[in-house]
Design a protein around this ligand. Sequence first.
Ligand code: ATP
Ligand code: MG
Length: 153
Amino acid sequence: MLETKYTTTSEEETIELGSKFARRLNLGDIVFLYGDLGSGKTEFIKGICQYFNVEDLVTSPTFTIMNKYIGDYKNHEVPIYHIDLYRIEQNKELNEIGFDECLYEENSIKLIEWAEKAETHLTKPAFIVKIIPDEDSENIREIYISESEVVLN
Ligand SMILES: Nc1ncnc2c1ncn2[C@@H]1O[C@H](COP(=O)(O)OP(=O)(O)OP(=O)(O)O)[C@@H](O)[C@H]1O
Ligand SMILES: [Mg+2]
């Protein structure tokens, strides 16, 4: 698995990186984001959404679990799902929110925070984004991007 490491030194740089990364995305793609609370997953997603000209306000859907935005993909309106699994405690809750149906919908893009809670649901390759805050400097993040080639279950 080829992994690329980036370093950002501000929120704006992380948004910019998200926006550049989004060029690689195609319809049906899944992005799994990892990183502690406040590491910058939502900022990175803001960048992805900026690339697709999403007009809605992109915020962490911690209470709603799932936000649906409309993006512009090659001049077509496509759904972009922004899912935050932080509050999910059991697998059955994923079923209740229709997670699998959403994950395998072909005509949308899926961006998933706290992806560790859904790893067993991943049966096709996804992009993996891991964000690690620097221990010494408040605004520095190491961001690792790769593509999972193996099917995890
Ligand atoms: N280099 C950086 N990249 C991203 N965010 C940064 C950076 N430096 C500082 N920040 C700050 O860190 C915070 C990141 O918040 P964000 O909501 O993106 O985190 P999150 O990973 O989505 O957390 P949660 O799991 O709670 O949803 C913001 O307040 C942002 O301003
Ligand atoms: Mg978030």
